[in-house]
Design a protein around this ligand. Structure first.
Ligand code: PNW
Length: 444
């Protein structure tokens, strides 16, 4: 039943890399082992009502213990690269000072395991598991956290820099600021726009300082950042909808892209935020605007925006997250990055979809997900054909995992996880992706 991919490596640029992605809190489990300190997600999951199924990442996919078989699984998919994240509280249990040797040892084993299997490690240093001790001091609303982050980046690179070439500082700073401090859906669950914009600024500052630290430690490091970008489309041709789409784009996309790539916050959005804008010190924007070796783009859907709020394209397909399937948005986004900015080479660092998967014996016939990957990879290819320098694609995710506020109720994996016995089962989408990644390499 699983159909092999019609797409092959020959449809993508020479040297294009295929990979899979995960993050530490979503898969590792072992939340209290080997000296790991508590993170804001441990705390958040214990607050009633925060996680829809009442779960936590305490055990998750038990990857902390099962990493050798998980790396074998990745290898068996024929991919080139693995994007993983590092749990800061395993490295520094309180987020500053004392280093926990067992934490560094774990990531050293993991990275060595990738290299033994011919997989290139793509490390993300912050995928949301902030040490709780730093949150107790104000978290990202406190400027100190930026300096602490750069220190942690240095510690990691001093140990692994001879083996890890690619570093993303932050994953999706929009999520760790707006979604976490203003919308309140992610840890620490606040509802305060001033605090959210202050957090966003300190995240960007921490990024800039971490880039400098990484470059001073690892000469050949490729350093970048990962943004979640949602291209905004007006719901109708009315001027009011166009204006609403533009302001959505300012808050979601330009607020992060422009400090990083231009060295300024977008003026229209700055004015719209009024009294809530962050305290920007002299020199901050120079620190934030570091030359980057790559820009990581996470793309799931578009925003369809009307003056009265988000609109819904009734004729479209939606995933189990209720996110619209809109592959054209990925092509448009990539072309726009090239047109509007001096953008470095791009990686698609996440793209994927949750569906209501059904395990039938040893099979999961997730045809909708196969279609999602195929259409979005075609969208990447279309952008490359229009001259966008896109170097690789990471499917989100290797396996089903802890989907934040949705707990285990949303499955994004290529691989199905039976949480009863931690069995991993290849979905049809994994077999499809394998047939693409295992296709003959281009020789040019
Ligand atoms: C990203 N939103 O999260 C993350 O990088 C992953 O850890 C996550 O599993 C994946 O996408 C799927 O959700 C997001 O509300 C979470 O717009 C929420 C949003 C966007 C991205």
């Amino acid at each position: 039943r699983p159909q092999p991919s019609v797409l092959t490596r020959h449809d993508f640029p020479a040297g294009f890399r295929f990979g899979v992605a995960t993050s530490s809190y979503q898969i590792e489990g072992a939340a209290h082992e080997d000296g790991r300190g508590p993170s804001i997600w441990d705390t958040f999951c214990r607050e009633p009502g925060r996680i829809s199924d009442g779960s936590s990442g305490d055990i998750a996919c038990d990857h902390y213990h099962r990493w050798p078989e998980d790396l074998d699984l990745i290898r068996s998919l024929g991919v080139d690269a693995y994007r993983f994240s590092v749990a800061w509280p395993r490295i520094q249990p309180t987020g500053s000072g004392a280093v926990n040797a067992a934490g560094l040892d774990f990531y050293e084993r993991l990275v060595d395991g990738m290299l033994e299997r011919g997989l290139s490690p793509y490390a993300t240093l912050y995928h949301w598991d902030l040490p709780q001790a730093l949150q107790d001091a104000g978290g990202w609303d406190n400027r100190e956290t930026a300096h602490r982050f750069a220190e942690y980046a240095r510690i990691f690179a001093e140990r692994l820099g001879d083996r890890v070439r690619s570093y993303a500082t932050l994953n999706e700073p929009w999520c760790s600021s707006i979604l976490s401090y203003q919308i309140g859906e992610h840890a620490p669950g606040l509802r305060d726009r001033r605090a959210a914009l202050s957090a966003a600024h300190h995240l960007l500052l921490g990024h800039g300082e971490a880039v400098l630290a990484l470059r001073s430690v690892v000469q050949q490091a490729e350093v970048g950042i990962v943004l979640n970008l949602n291209p905004a489309y007006p719901a109708t041709t009315s001027p009011a909808d166009a204006a609403a789409a533009r302001s959505f784009d300012g808050e979601f996309n330009r607020w992060f892209l422009e400090p990083l790539l231009v060295g300024e916050y977008p003026r229209d959005t700055w004015e719209a935020y009024g009294q809530d804008v962050p305290d920007v010190h002299p020199g901050d924007l120079q620190t934030i605007r570091q030359p980057l070796d790559f820009m990581g783009v996470n793309y799931y859907s578009r925003g369809l925006i009307s003056a009265s709020g988000p609109a819904r394209a009734e004729q479209s397909e939606f995933t189990a997250m209720d996110w619209e399937v809109y592959p054209q948005g990925l092509t448009d986004l990539l072309v726009r990055l090239k047109t509007d900015y001096l953008v470095p080479p791009i990686y698609i660092t996440e793209n994927g979809a949750a569906y209501h998967d059904v395990l039938e014996g040893d099979d999961v016939h997730d045809t909708a997900r196969v279609r999602y990957f195929e259409t979005h990879l075609n969208a990447v290819r279309a952008a490359a054909d229009q001259g966008v320098d896109v170097r690789g694609y990471f499917a989100w995710s290797l396996m089903d995992n802890f989907e934040w506020a949705h707990g285990y109720s949303k499955r994004f994996g290529l691989v199905y996880v039976d949480y009863g016995d931690q069995r991993r089962i290849l979905k049809d989408s994994a077999k499809w992706y394998r047939s693409l990644a295992s296709s003959e390499a281009r020789d040019d």
